[in-house]
Write a protein that binds this ligand. Sequence first.
Ligand code: ADP
Length: 193
Amino acid sequence: MRLVQGKGCILWFTGLSGSGKTTISMGVEHELKARNCLVELLDGDVIRKHLCKELGYSKQDRDTNVRRIGFVANLLSRNGVVAITAAISPYRATRDEVRRMTENFIEVYVNAPLEVCEARDVKGLYAMARSGKIQGFTGIDDPYEEPLNPEIVCYTAQETVEESVAKVINYLERLGCVLNLSEAVSLDSEIVC
Ligand code: ADP
């Protein structure tokens, strides 16, 4: 069997806590794995635990976190991997810096109003931020700078998870990072990616 590989790329999810980055990125990862693609999900929490253990949430530390994720994602993507990142990455200039130093950077703005994210409060962090137990929380007392020209926007207060995932997969197919299913079938028994 021959490996037919698409282009590597960086799928850079950004958005408020609770907007849906983890949920959509896991859905995309699952779909790409089912199609035998080379894919690696760099989850924000996992990266902070291992690669960025010493970093806190000051602007400087958040920027360092994003730059390190960008560096690793770039190593992966230039070797044909779809590198998926799902950190809040709140500052526009730092995301744009990563965009400039990488190839095939796809910014996915996971867009949900603050009220929606707060009502979801998946990790209970908004309640802690509101009660002052944590400071410098993105969207509450630290800024989130929306992307100005993202390649993809997922409106997760209106779309289902499946719709958001499909939007991303369709974009990857159009870019040639993953073959669409009809192309894949026509390649018969080859592994397609
Ligand atoms: P984040 O990683 O951005 O902090 P999570 O993915 O952990 O956010 O949580 C988002 C929550 O929103 C989950 O409980 C998820 O089920 C819910 N949700 C509702 N609609 C969507 C959607 N279209 N896309 C992603 N998440 C959604």
